[in-house]
Design a protein around this ligand. Structure first.
Ligand code: SF4
Length: 321
């Protein structure tokens, strides 16, 4: 697991340098049972409307707000526009207003909200799922995971990334449409062993749910459900990014220039959540290093940390006083 974490962050850092993609880690990659498939890395390839999306907010736009029955010129009471429980509705509206995608109509007898702009679905060019398996000789559930990805076709492309020399036997165990990359996290070198085929994301998908007694229970997933899930994944990736939320409160942590938590004691990238703390024998208490992850992301990707936003500025009488 430790090796996988450093491998994963190394791959994110390398892809961020080589491409325009937005990268995020550990996102749900199924539809009927979203928790059954957690994708290691998701790459969002910017589409033609990327700038329109970036202008709205640096955060995730709550997908339920995008799916609500609202429009730019169409203010409605939240109760009429959202098909969910009152507490959830209130939380989604609050988040969507906070991030600037919805606005509350002023001076109204009953609360109403409207979108501040059209949601630009075309901001996503492609979604790429990357499964990391540094050591292919310890595959775990790799085969089932990749078979699910290929038959569900939720992502435009699926890639297996490994540090292992890929043999013919390895290739035969990997479904045909899945691409293979060989990646060295030390040097950041990536070699395409096999290109990923484009998957039919606009067609119904088959999601395996359970394997038992030689048969597989499945769900058939509609194109509309896949579209909604893809938007959720893309929005989550936009707001989340791949860098750690917190760095170790330890003097031995010396973050790399691209924001990976490097540990001088172990001479490698460490996972702050699972490896650091007082249980670590080399722990040396100190303030966590200051890493401005937003600044790094803003400088290295098309993501914008402080966009103009799409909320109309209301000019009050006091502004003329
Ligand atoms: S807590 Fe341990 S693993 Fe984490 S940075 Fe400090 S020495 Fe390294």
């Amino acid at each position: 697991m430790e090796r996988e974490y450093g491998f994963e962050l190394g791959l994110c850092a390398a892809l961020e340098q080589e491409t325009e993609w937005l990268l995020a880690r550990q996102l749900g990659g199924a539809v009927a049972d979203p928790g059954q498939r957690i994708v290691d890395v998701v790459g969002v390839v910017p589409g033609p409307a990327f700038a329109d999306r970036a202008r709205i907010t640096a955060s995730t736009i709550p997908p339920a707000a995008v799916e609500a029955d609202l429009g730019v010129g169409r203010a409605r009471p939240p109760k009429a526009a959202f098909d969910c429980r009152p507490e959830r509705r209130a939380a989604v509206v609050a988040d969507a207003v906070d991030c600037g995608f919805l606005t509350r109509e002023p001076d109204d007898t009953q609360p109403r909200v409207r979108q501040t702009t059209r949601y630009p679905d075309e901001w996503v060019g492609e979604l790429v799922a990357i499964e990391n398996k540094p050591d292919l000789d310890r595959p775990g559930g790799l085969r089932e995971q990749l078979r699910l990805d290929a038959s569900l076709a939720l992502f435009d492309r699926v890639v297996l990334a490994t540090a292992t020399h890929v043999t013919g036997a390895h290739r035969n165990r990997i479904p045909d449409p899945v691409g293979i990359w060989r990646f060295d996290p030390e040097s950041g070198q990536r070699r395409i062993v096999r290109s990923a085929d484009r998957l039919p994301v606009a067609e119904p998908g088959i999601e395996p749910r359970a394997y038992r007694d030689g048969r597989t229970d499945i769900s058939v997933v509609s194109p509309a459900a896949k579209h909604r899930r893809r938007r959720r994944i893309a929005e989550r990736a936009y707001g989340k990014g791949w860098r750690p939320d917190a760095y170790p409160a330890c003097a031995r942590c010396e973050p790399t220039d691209d924001g990976r938590p490097w540990c001088a004691a172990y001479d490698r990238v460490v996972d702050p959540a699972s490896e650091c703390g007082t249980d670590c024998p080399h722990h040396d208490p100190a303030d966590p290093p200051v890493v401005d992850t937003d600044r790094l992301r803003d400088a290295r990707t098309p993501w914008q940390r402080a966009p103009d936003g799409t909320v109309d500025r209301q000019v009050g009488l006091g502004d003329f006083g």
